[in-house]
Design a protein around this ligand. Sequence first.
Ligand SMILES: C[S@@+](CC[C@H](N)C(=O)[O-])C[C@H]1O[C@@H](n2cnc3c(N)ncnc32)[C@H](O)[C@@H]1O
Length: 343
Amino acid sequence: MKKPIAIDLFSGCGGLTEGLVQAGFRVIAGAEIRPEARSAYQANHPRVRLFDDVRVVSLCSIQARHKIERGQLDLLAACPPCQGFSSLRTKNHTNPVRDQRNNLIFEVLRIVGELLPKAILIENVPGLLTNWRIDDFRRALKKFGYKTNQGVLDAADFGVPQRRKRMIFIGLLGEVEPSIPEATHAVPVTVRDVLQHLPSWDANDAPVLHRMRQRFSPEVQNRINCIPKNGGSRRHLGTEAQLDCHKRQQGFNDVYGRLSWDKVSVTITRSCHNPSKGRYLHPEENRALTLHEAMLLQGFPPDYILPTDRGIEKTASLIGEAFPPPFASAQARHIRRLLKDRV
Ligand SMILES: C[S@@+](CC[C@H](N)C(=O)[O-])C[C@H]1O[C@@H](n2cnc3c(N)ncnc32)[C@H](O)[C@@H]1O
């Protein structure tokens, strides 16, 4: 049977593409501007034509490589940059409206107008749902002939060992309003399920990414050693033993916390390597999560290729910004069913 074809805009290191491929799509093109993300994407998905700036993607530029006419693409999927809408940015009092990246969602609209895909999938932080841009986006899609629907779903309900709430927006060309997928996993996959069997980070056969983790000053390391195993946090240390800067950080209870073996992890962000930004300590070893562990908590296959020579921060940001492949794959399978029902 012929595979449905898809394009993945704002491709990052390829989390969404990985999910699309797992769901049986053939991804013909992507667009990603950051060099380290481009090289990771191409290492894992070498056959996909990867544009750099999304602003150069057009029907014409795609036709240079693929025989495709307007209306033939099955799915246009996109994860526009979400820093401007994230609740963290808003909490830090930066102005989300001024972030130029927020307007990149209208590039998706331009490309929809040119390609007229049968279905559209957008993933973003829930903050986008209360922004005027999503209303404009929806109205413009209606004019192109799409019915749309959206919801806030949790990756943990789709087999990702992580609490991660994200807006899922689906558009379908024609008269039928698309449904939003139901949870596929009543019992969550836990931190233990994906991390406990791993070799020690210093074992000879440990992947290079499993050696990559943040190191601490002796003072911080001493306090980490005291944090109770399996879900403990710095609050358990009592006021005396906490660093002065931590005492001042009211409301950030996850900072220097350990993950719990039998729960899902907290949201893996671009700072997932850094326990001073969240609950990113190993459940029982006195150390930060390794990049390999963070990648597994995002649902990437263990052999997924990510840069090991660009510094911890850059690779952590590729991991943290990805659409977890099992979550993406569940959305893509749902869209396949919607497209099938339509014919
Ligand atoms: C949320 S991340 C995408 C994550 C990706 N979908 C995944 O699953 O791994 C957004 C990406 O958009 C990229 N980006 C930002 N501006 C861009 C532009 N003008 N053209 C192409 N990519 C851009 C960023 O570098 C970032 O990697």
